[in-house]
Write a protein that binds this ligand. Structure first.
Ligand code: NAD
Length: 358
């Protein structure tokens, strides 16, 4: 199959590209190369037969039409997005433009191409989204997000992703575009951009810097190893029912404090230092405005209908991740110099109205 992957130079998109090539698919990687992109993420497949890269911004409809016409894909996996919640608090504009208008452009470019091809039933538009669209759960562990949970996004990021999900459903219902949709929990793993919690904790610990925990660290997330996510996404693309959405989770709920302590214990084992535990560096900082209390995924649908389950526990996945960061300083060191990385973002909700716009 020839798959057009958007955002394939980012964290999850690059895992999808690497696995799709390993599985024998052809890939057209469409990415604007924003601050969050890194072509090193796909260096292992760049010479593979069937891999092509197109530097295109999904806000540019004309350029998207050209890409569809040039490559004639069998399927689209749409991951390109602005993805950092803290940045969405400081500057929501890019999130509206890329996540909503960009998805609209992708849908229209795909629809125009699909109609031009005679509306093949086999075509797929796979929209990749987040569990954050469902809002925040109470601490009661028996409640989880299902595919029928009402949307209740709280941050500019999750609201922009919710809007994009609605557009995709509308294009399926209204125009008959053959879509599948997924909503996933928090990912971690190799090539995670060093502004997100897991790499920040690993890299700050190695540098002897404070390990920032928002609020009291009680916020609960379900953690999924990124290569398991890529595997689930390709499973949904190949076996998912048209028009259906699938929640993807790691079956690994942890509070942020538990997660950071687990990372510290792994670091103590893999890179011990003489001055005690890395956990001594844990520092509680002011909470993120509107910080959702808990996300948890009910994975029954993807497990029962498509036979998919994550392959790693969170401890196994975090151990592999820590080892990867220890082995790949040449990847992460240059990224730390990019704008905003290493700074506390998204703390001042009033900053957005001062209008940075970026
Ligand atoms: P990322 O920020 O690491 O990568 C995003 C990629 O999209 C980058 O390569 C960037 O250059 C590209 N991009 C951004 N704007 C673009 C534009 N206008 N045109 C073309 N390319 C553009 O993000 P990620 O963490 O890999 O997330 C990928 C997708 O998965 C997103 O849609 C996100 O909402 C979703 N998701 C992420 C998580 C998570 O834990 N990271 C969880 C669930 C869902």
């Amino acid at each position: 199959m020839k798959i057009l992957v958007t955002g394939g130079a980012g964290f999850i998109g690059s895992a999808v590209v690497r696995q799709a090539i390993r599985d024998g698919h052809s890939v057209v990687n469409v990415d604007a190369l924003t601050y969050a992109a890194c072509l090193e993420n796909v260096a292992s497949v760049v010479d593979a037969q069937g891999y092509t890269f197109e530097q295109v911004d999904i806000r540019n409809r004309v350029a998207l039409d050209t890409v569809f016409a040039r490559h004639a894909p069998d399927a689209v996996m749409h991951l390109a997005a602005e993805s950092h919640v803290d940045r969405s608090i400081d500057g929501p504009g890019d999130f509206i433009e890329t996540n909503i208008t960009g998805t609209y452009n992708m849908l229209e470019a795909a629809r125009s191409y699909w109609v031009g091809q005679g509306k093949p039933d086999s075509f797929r538009f796979h929209h990749i989204s987040t569990d954050e669209v469902f809002g925040s759960l109470p601490a009661d562990e028996s409640v989880q997000f299902t595919e029928d949970t009402a949307y209740d996004p709280r941050s500019p990021y999750s609201a922009s992703k919710a809007a994009s999900d609605h557009l995709v459903r509308a294009w399926s219902e209204t125009y008959g575009l053959p879509v599948v949709m997924t909503n996933c929990s928090n990912n971690y793993g190799p090539y995670h951009f060093p502004e997100k919690l897991v790499p920040v904790v690993i890299l700050n610990a190695l540098a002897g810097k404070p390990l920032p925990i928002y609020g009291d660290g009680s916020n609960v997330r379900d953690w999924l190893y990124v290569e398991d996510h890529a595997d689930a996404l390709l499973t949904v693309l190949e076996k998912g029912t048209v028009g259906r959405s699938y929640n993807i989770g790691g079956e690994n709920e942890l509070s942020n404090l538990e997660l950071v302590k687990m990372l510290c214990a792994i670091l103590d084992e893999l890179r011990p230092h003489q001055n005690g535990s890395y956990a001594d560096l844990i520092t509680f900082v002011a909470d993120r405005p509107g910080h959702d209390a808990r996300y948890a995924i009910d994975p029954s649908r993807i497990r029962n209908e498509l036979g998919w389950r994550p392959s790693l526990t969170v401890h196994e996945g975090l151990r592999k991740t820590v080892q990867w960061y220890l082995d790949n300083e040449t990847w992460w060191r240059p990224l730390q110099a990019r704008a905003g990385v290493g700074q506390r973002l998204g703390q001042d909700a009033d900053k957005a109205v001062k209008g940075t716009g970026s």
